[in-house]
Ligand binder design. Structure first.
Ligand code: GLU
Length: 535
């Protein structure tokens, strides 16, 4: 197979693409698919991040390949304690467990970029030696000054081909001047030398052909003064060394693509460059821009996968898990934010997703986030799955709310009774709490307007009948209730509401006699007497 010349600038795009395709056909037949999720541990995991994980995971599983988690922690100023563990926990919760990662190990480790620090230097040096990158000694203060001056003049400062020859770098200095600065230990960064007047291009798996004018790309820093690589250098080197075949990432990384393309060209002659797909943004509910954590706070829904507590400020940001989403539902709704299989099917198990997911059907335009729809998915999943699948999650939640569950069997029966009424796992506390403890308050407004002495007499007698009747089954309770109502000449319907409020506290819950049967004779009598006393 003929490789394209190193200079894609003048290379006809069509041929470049053809070569890429051939290369990848070759790659796919020879090598296993290897994809990666490469988060920076800077805070909570946005649902867009989890969707990126999901699409990577589905593709890897479908192709019989590997899914790698690489922690991109080269920016020490943004590093947040606990964020890496939190990412691991989120993946675990979602069931999207990597094949290789800092904790799972693998042949291509270390999987934390900070632990690979020494490895990047050689690539930066190689670029400098080839004249494709250069040392820049400009101090942060000097650069700030330049930004200020440009701002005052109404424009922005870019370190690029137009200005670099006037700045303090090895392109402008004589070799011996550069050497003297290096010998003196002067701090420097290494910048990529972006060529002027060229186009770099690639074919995105979702968006098709995309070309960038290098004149609009600035000379990004590749190696920082502390010797750490920046994201741009590290991502290219690691995708190469870890033999990544496909890189799926958020659309927000598209502006970085020209730098990465140049690095792929300079460092590796495009050899084994992964196929890229830039996933559409997840948009605010009104479609106006990217969904942010702040939108969630403002509109009252979670944006993070799980609760995230900022270790510096102590601020807690709510997550889908703690709000009562099932991981299966969360995965399902994320898959649908940007993809469908064209058949109208909405509920997918992970195995169905693995089978049906297809990059060709990922949308180019952003997907609006709709929290009501997200809850719908959860409700469907609560209905779809046997109670046993999620009982322990609800049990845990009820325990956290201070309720005591007498035994698993009882809980199963309760959950079967109320599951149709619950959208979130946390709804079970409000919908079923009365099965475990007497109501703390009653909806008196629902009862008082129609309350009278006859009804009071009815319930007083009912309690006596309840205490002595044989058996305590649903049907027997109902019969005793209705017989007494007929004897007293009151419509049973008018008595059922007060009875419900007595047992439950409000106008909700499953059939009232079923509730009485479940909570037992003693609790039923106590609850009726309790409210009678308060009325
Ligand atoms: N470290 C980048 C992030 O935080 C990775 C982007 C990429 O996948 O190239 O999302």
């Amino acid at each position: 197979m003929q490789k394209p010349p190193n200079d894609t600038g003048g290379f006809p795009f069509q041929c470049f693409r053809q070569w890429q395709l051939q290369e990848h056909t070759y790659l796919c037949s020879m090598n296993t698919v290897r994809v990666r999720f490469a988060p920076s541990p800077t805070g909570g995991l946005h649902l867009g991040g989890v969707r990126t994980v999901l699409y990577n995971y589905l593709f890897a599983r479908q192709q019989g390949g590997q899914f790698i988690l690489r922690i991109e922690d080269t920016d020490q100023t943004r590093y947040v304690d606990g964020a890496e563990q939190y990412i691991m926990d989120c993946l675990q919760w979602c069931g999207l467990v990597p094949d290789e990662s800092p904790v799972h190990g693998g042949e291509y480790g270390p999987y934390r970029q900070s632990e690979r620090k020494t490895l990047y230097r050689r690539y930066a040096d190689q670029l400098v030696a080839a004249g494709q990158a250069y040392y820049a000694f400009d101090t942060p203060e000097a650069l700030d000054q330049l930004r200020e001056t440009h701002k005052a003049a109404g424009n922005s400062f870019f370190y690029n081909h137009e200005v670099r020859m006037g700045l303090n770098n090895s392109l402008r200095l004589l070799p011996e001047e550069t050497q003297a600065l290096l010998d003196a230990g002067t701090p420097y960064v290494i910048r990529i030398k972006v060529p002027a007047n060229e186009f770099v291009s690639f074919t995105d798996m979702i968006r098709g052909d995309i070309a960038f004018d290098t004149n609009t790309t600035d000379d990004k820093v590749l190696l920082k003064a502390d010797g750490m690589p920046t994201y741009h250098l590290a991502v290219v080197v690691d995708d190469y060394l870890m033999k990544i075949t496909h890189a799926f990432r958020g659309e927000e990384w598209l502006p970085s693509a020209p730098i990465h393309l140049l690095l792929w060209k300079y460092l590796f002659g495009f050899d084994h460059m992964p196929q890229w797909a830039h996933l559409p943004l997840i948009l605010k509910p009104d479609g106006n821009g990217k969904l942010s954590k702040r939108d969630g706070d403002r509109l009252g829904f979670p944006v993070y996968a799980m609760d995230w507590k900022d270790p510096k400020t102590g601020d807690l940001t709510k997550g889908f898990r703690e709000l009562g989403f099932l991981p299966q539902a969360f995965i399902n709704l994320l898959a649908a934010l940007g993809w469908n299989d064209g058949s109208g099917q909405e509920i997918f198990t992970i195995d169905e997703l693995i089978e049906k997911f297809n990059m060709d059907r990922v949308h180019v335009s952003g997907a609006k986030f709709d929290f009501e729809k997200a809850k719908w998915y959860n409700q469907e999943w609560i209905r779809k799955q046997p109670v046993a699948e999620w009982q322990s999650l609800v049990h845990q939640h009820l325990k956290e709310q201070g309720l005591v569950v007498p035994n698993d069997n009882y809980l199963t029966r309760v959950l079967e009774l109320v599951k149709e009424r619950c959208t979130l796992l946390t709804d079970f506390y409000t919908q079923a709490g009365f099965f475990f403890q007497a109501p703390q308050q009653w909806d008196m407004d629902a009862v008082r307007p129609k309350w009278n002495e006859d009804k009071k007499a009815f319930f007083t007698e009912l309690v006596a009948i309840f205490a002595t009747m044989t058996g305590w089954e649903n049907a027997a309770i109902e019969e005793a209730f209705k017989t007494l109502a007929t004897a007293k000449n009151i419509k049973p319907g008018e008595l059922q509401l007060p009875m419900r409020v007595m047992l439950v506290g409000g106008k909700f819950g499953p059939a009232v006699f079923e509730i009485a049967a479940m909570i037992g004779r003693a609790a039923t009598i106590a609850r009726v007497e309790n409210m009678l006393g308060a009325l």
